[in-house]
Write a new protein. Structure first.
Length: 423
């Protein structure tokens, strides 16, 4: 559904330039001048260019944020979802959306959850609110193309793209995220403050439905415009405020807790293991009576619990868990492609949607690999891994390469993991 947001005044806003303290180093001793210059350089968020994959993991991943100017080309930015379509999605029942409004006092912040009604937007005014919509990569192909620009990251850990629209003054407050996130600036301008290090003690405003930090934090400020990208590591405080009507696209990663991982793996074992092992005290001795649990008994129980991590069950679960989409594809149809052999014979061009994750990892058997694409898991020989490579290119390729694996192709097509390319 498409709808128009309330008209936003078209007059130019005039954001203040960032206030920077001017100082002269000549009056300082040389050693202090050098120290201060090095400190200022180390604080700078802005990089001259996108780091290489090696640099990214060694210097930035989980360590420090950065900004890359115009990392995303203008033609890609122009194809991203706009505020009108974003508002239209927020009217839909199955779409996760929120609207955050900033109050005059800390206790006045509000967060409403969709679906919304059209009349709701007429009451918002032209300042100090933000509309956020999750899983945009599943609803808008142009926005999903952003994911291709993050191949220097572990894309199997990606969660979704969230898009947000804010008029002047719109913000969701100072906060931290428990996961990695890249913030891509679309139209407009936003002023960001980003912490220099992870925040250990988080004190939130009480009695509101948002986790907004109660007090300010130390950090660097930067203004971003179209195509600029900010990387925020987990637990680094940050806050963005729109200087003029703005769209921001957040590429977020998964950050599952240990309890979530253990729970999900346990459910997977329950469903897929034909004979689930039971702990029967197999290695207990006379020292275990009547109430004593000796250190060797604890170690024995730990071994019982962890033995399965060395089996293919855990390997298969990892690929399944991290590749399976957050939302299922409702339009999947098991009978959509009855003529898959004709598709192969006619060399029909296929493509994988960027929002569909794909993973592969070796199994215990030599030359055998487990592959997961979306919610489908299958095995391939090492010699057939080129199929994974072709799908991962996210560019059109011929169905002919699936000639020995028509059944796998059938499943990939039926689940919309692969689709016929539009060329």
């Amino acid at each position: 559904m498409n709808m128009a947001l309330l008209p936003i005044r078209a007059q130019d806003t005039c954001p203040l330039s960032p206030h920077q303290t001017c100082f002269t180093l000549r009056s300082l001793p040389l050693i202090y001048s050098l120290f201060l210059m090095n400190w200022l350089l180390s604080m700078s968020l802005i990089l001259d260019a996108l780091p290489t994959t090696e640099e990214f993991f060694q210097e930035f991943w989980n360590k420090k944020p950065f900004v890359v100017r115009r990392m995303i080309p203008q033609e890609v930015i122009a194809a991203l979802i706009d505020e009108d379509h974003l508002a239209g999605l927020s009217l839909e029942e199955e779409v996760k959306s929120r609207l955050v409004r900033k109050g005059e006092k800390q206790s006045d912040w509000t967060c409403d959850h969709g679906p919304f009604e059209e009349k709701y937007f007429a009451e918002l005014g032209e300042e100090d609110w933000s509309l956020l919509v999750q899983n945009i990569d599943q609803y808008h192909e142009g926005t999903a193309e952003l994911l291709k620009y993050f191949n220097f990251t572990p894309r199997w850990l990606l969660d979704d793209i969230m898009a947000s629209f804010s008029p002047k003054g719109g913000t969701v407050g100072a906060h931290t995220d428990s996961y990695h996130v890249f913030l891509i600036q679309g139209k407009g301008e936003r002023r960001w403050k980003v912490a220099n290090q992870a925040l250990k003690n988080k004190d939130y405003i009480e009695d509101i439905s948002l986790k907004i930090l109660k007090t300010s934090f130390e950090g660097e400020e930067v203004t971003v415009t179209e195509g600029d990208v900010i990387y925020i590591p987990p637990n680094f405080a940050h806050q963005g405020v729109s200087l003029k009507p703005s769209l921001t696209y957040s590429v977020g990663f998964l950050g599952p807790s240990l309890s979530e991982i253990l729970t999900e793996f346990g459910l997977y074992i329950e469903e897929h293991h034909p004979d689930i092992p039971r702990y029967l005290g197999q290695n207990l001795t006379e020292s275990a009576v009547p109430f004593q649990v000796a250190p060797d008994h604890i170690e024995d129980l730990k071994s019982f619990m962890t033995d399965i991590f060395d089996q293919d069950y855990f390997t298969k679960w990892v690929t399944h868990y991290f590749s399976c989409p957050v939302e299922t594809y409702e339009d999947a149809d098991d009978n959509a492609y009855d003529n898959v052999k004709d598709i192969i014979a006619d060399n029909i061009m296929l493509i994988k949607h960027p929002a569909v994750k794909i993973m592969f990892t070796p199994l215990k058997a030599p030359q055998k690999y487990c592959v997961s694409a979306g919610d489908l898991t299958f095995e391939l020989d090492f010699s057939d891994l080129f199929l994974v490579n072709m799908m991962a290119q996210e560019a059109p390729f011929s169905a002919e390469i699936f000639t020995p694996h028509s059944e796998i192709l059938q499943n990939l097509l039926n689940r919309n993991i692969l689709t016929i390319a539009k060329i």
